[in-house]
Design a protein around this ligand. Structure first.
Ligand code: FEO
Length: 164
């Protein structure tokens, strides 16, 4: 049986993951509207992964007889100043999520909740990947900034992102 403290903290994280999914969907719409379908595709994939993250936590609660309590998802921003600013916002958001996962892991340690610790170790690794992916796009953009055709080539590259 899962503790109430751990259960509440996991429910809060489900909300953050769903918000992340919503945020990246908003970024996908922004890229569609600004003529960068490859970047939009990257965001659709990212948005889908965030929902999967929420579901991993959701299923963990269900499997352990916990209670899922879904809260309202805040409306995300809808406009950004350009592709670079958008991917910088992704990186900042992922850093925020990493801190949140670490705080959740600390609760799992205090609660001596070993199943939650094992689950959260997956998330800690995933956050390394998430931050790395955002930084990789930002680095590519830094190299090509101000070259419109190169931005379009990068967009073509981003379109190739698979589901993992
Ligand atoms: Fe679910 Fe991007 O962290």
């Amino acid at each position: 049986m899962i503790s109430t403290k751990m259960q509440n903290a996991i429910n809060e994280q489900i909300n953050k993951e769903m918000y992340s999914s919503y945020l990246y969907l908003s970024m996908a719409a922004y890229f569609e509207n600004t003529g960068l379908p490859g970047a939009a595709k990257w965001m659709y994939v990212q948005s889908g992964e965030e929902r999967e993250h929420a579901m991993k936590l959701f299923e963990h609660l269900i499997d352990r007889g916990g209670k899922v309590a879904l809260g309202a998802i805040a409306a995300p921003q809808g406009e950004w100043a350009g592709p670079m600013e958008t991917f910088k916002a992704v990186y900042e958001h992922e850093q925020f999520v990493t801190k949140s996962i670490i705080a959740l892991y600390e609760i799992a340690l205090q609660e001596k909740d070993y199943p939650a610790q094992i689950l959260l170790q997956w998330f800690i690794n995933e956050q390394v990947e998430e931050e790395k992916n955002a930084v990789a796009v930002i680095d590519s953009m830094k190299r090509i900034e101000a070259h419109e055709t190169a931005v379009l080539q990068l967009d073509h590259q981003l379109a190739k992102r698979g589901s993992k």
